[in-house]
Design a protein around this ligand. Structure first.
Ligand code: SAM
Length: 222
């Protein structure tokens, strides 16, 4: 069995009993960064061995993992934080399992965009999750597509590109749309910053100390 196990996105307490049980009982845990997962395992006194599975080896490693699963091993996949497969490795392995008729169990758990949209107070009956925009090639094309979508939009963004991103929202999505930059979810300094793109550009320009940490951008629909 392959288990997809979500892990905390900041607060180490945000892990289910079932996730801890699975992580303790599987034969091996595939981890994006074994050092990051080791900290979580140490906190919960879990001694299961770890194997690296990340964006740079997922293509080569997938076939071997399928063989191990088919020989009867139980394997868990985790990423550094949140739900594997959501802007993290996972999709290739799950697809390969499905194609090989290999069972997959996905455990419920933290994923940053769900907290961000629910906490924003913007409509969450319909939304579009963009994840990370391409850094260069294709970025403008994505913005033009996103501008056509009338419902709530959700983006993952690095603090290094926040101001550029707000500037692009201003250009492509418009200066009137209400939006929210959600920082450091589940951590001590969790914060929601509301405004239009020009308002937030001005505010973050004056508060460079806040242009840091992990962030989700939620843009209200038209
Ligand atoms: N798999 C993760 C999930 O389920 O949300 C996402 C991994 S992706 C590599 C990392 C991005 O997720 C960050 O750059 C940020 O946009 C978002 N993120 C993760 N943790 C966050 C947090 N605690 N607060 C705000 N955003 C977070």
């Amino acid at each position: 069995m392959l288990y997809i196990v979500p892990t905390p996105i900041g607060n180490l307490g945000d892990i289910t009993h079932r996730a801890l049980e699975v992580l303790s009982e599987v034969d091996v845990i595939l981890a994006e960064d074994t050092r990051v997962t080791k900290r979580l395992l140490t906190r919960y006194e879990i001694k299961t061995s770890l194997k690296a599975y990340h964006a740079h080896n997922e293509h080569q490693a997938t076939e071997d993992i399928i063989q191990r699963l088919q020989s009867g091993e139980n394997i868990a996949l985790v990423s550094d934080a949140g739900m594997p497969g959501i802007s993290d490795p996972g999709f290739l392995l799950v697809r390969a399992c499905r194609e090989a008729d290999q069972e997959v169990v996905v455990l419920p758990g933290p994923t940053a965009f769900v907290n961000a949209i629910v906490g924003s107070g913007f409509p969450c009956d319909r939304f579009f999750f963009e994840g990370f925009l391409p850094h260069k090639k294709g970025r403008q094309t994505r913005w033009k597509f996103l501008a056509t979508f009338p419902h709530t939009l959700i983006l993952y963004e690095s603090p290094y590109r926040l101001l550029k991103c707000l500037d692009e929202i201003n250009t492509f999505i418009g200066s009137e749309r209400k939006m929210c930059v959600v920082r450091e979810l589940t951590k001590i300094h969790e914060q929601y910053h509301f405004g239009t793109a020009p308002e937030l550009l001005e505010w973050f320009g004056k508060h460079p100390e806040k242009v840091k940490g992990e962030m989700v951008i939620v843009i209200s629909g038209e």
